[in-house]
Design a protein around this ligand. Structure first.
Ligand SMILES: NC(=O)c1ccc[n+]([C@@H]2O[C@H](COP(=O)([O-])OP(=O)(O)OC[C@H]3O[C@@H](n4cnc5c(N)ncnc54)[C@H](OP(=O)(O)O)[C@@H]3O)[C@@H](O)[C@H]2O)c1
Length: 289
């Protein structure tokens, strides 16, 4: 049987790194799609120290840069003739950020990294996903949305050009957009060999050293949150289940909770704006790429 191929974005830390390890342990060839080679190599060595026979490869990908996404997709297509699993794990969520950051294309970074990037990458890799007999796209959202029922995508101002910037608002807006995209994509994929599902990740331990600029009170908040959090490995087990287990092969357009249980009737609640409105504005960003 042909070896399965899996791409995990942001696989050099946290849940992505643990998922790379768990999925590679299942004889899958895992591409760690990371923006920083040094951090990716360190993570790759850590994983291989568990079992050096695992099949891992680093490919550079910056989800905040359209050109990087394009180049990554082209390099991937030159090297591989199919793709079985695509996990959109990478995310921009630096909560110490007070002002918006912008991508090389001048787009607000959270919107670009967490929503536009995954849409663009999925579109670029779709021909190769279509060659898999069991293609699976997994997007990552946040359980925090359950506590923020009024979160919506502001289609008139996705990038906070007209309203006061809040990195938390930008983050949850981007996660909401990813959920809506997943439901939209699943509809397009109906009847094909490819599925799209989403996981609402709950509270997971974060490496606080990744955020040296975090003010003291936020550091305290994170250390309190740690007590209520599960380990990245425990969360990665759900990624691996959805990516590999037969029982999920026919799931399509489902938003799963952090335990891998479907959250029923969520899809019908996304309005206003509607899924179509969000995809319409999303497509305007992707024109010309
Ligand atoms: N931890 C939680 O409590 C929690 C809760 C809800 C949802 N989530 C979601 O779970 C996922 C994984 O989070 P985590 O807890 O494992 O966080 P993490 O340890 O901070 O990992 C985030 C990963 O994303 C990468 N990344 C960020 N921007 C990128 C870019 N432009 N291009 C490529 N990679 C980029 C980071 O790479 P660098 O090392 O280069 O920065 C890092 O590898 C995220 O989608 C997050 O939104 C987490």
């Amino acid at each position: 049987m042909e070896q399965k191929i899996c791409i995990i974005t942001g696989a050099n830390s946290g849940i992505g790194k643990q998922a790379a390890c768990l999925i590679a342990q299942q004889q899958v060839h895992v591409i760690m799609a990371c923006r920083n080679r040094g951090r990716a190599e360190k993570a790759c060595q850590d994983i291989l120290s568990v079992d050096s026979s695992m099949s891992l490869e680093i490919m550079i990908l910056d989800m905040a840069d359209n050109i990087s996404i394009k180049q990554f997709s082209e390099r991937f297509a030159q090297k591989f003739d199919h793709l079985d699993i695509l996990i959109h794990n990478a995310a921009d969520f630096d909560i110490s950020r007070k002002k918006p950051a912008y991508t090389p294309q001048g787009i607000e970074s959270v919107w670009a990294t967490n929503h536009l990037g995954p849409v663009m990458l999925t579109e670029a890799l779709m021909p190769l996903l279509g060659k898999s007999t069991d293609g699976r796209i997994i997007t990552i959202s946040s359980k925090g949305l359950a506590m923020l029922p009024f979160t919506k995508v502001d289609t008139s101002d996705c990038e906070f050009r007209k309203r006061r910037y809040s990195v938390a608002k930008a983050y949850y807006q981007s996660k909401m957009a990813q959920e809506m995209y997943t439901v939209w994509l699943a509809r397009q994929l109906k009847g094909t060999s490819v599925t799209a599902n989403c996981i609402r990740v709950g509270a997971v331990e974060i490496d606080i050293n990744r955020y040296p600029d975090l003010p003291g009170f936020l550091k305290k908040l994170y250390s309190m949150k740690k007590k209520l959090s599960i380990s990245p490995k425990a969360m990665a087990e759900i990624y691996a289940l959805l990516a590999l287990e037969n029982q999920f092969a026919s799931s399509n357009g489902v938003i799963f909770d952090e335990h891998g249980k479907p959250l029923k009737a969520l899809a019908s609640k996304y309005s206003p704006p509607s899924i179509e409105d969000v995809m319409k504005i999303t497509k305007t960003y992707l024109q010309g790429n």
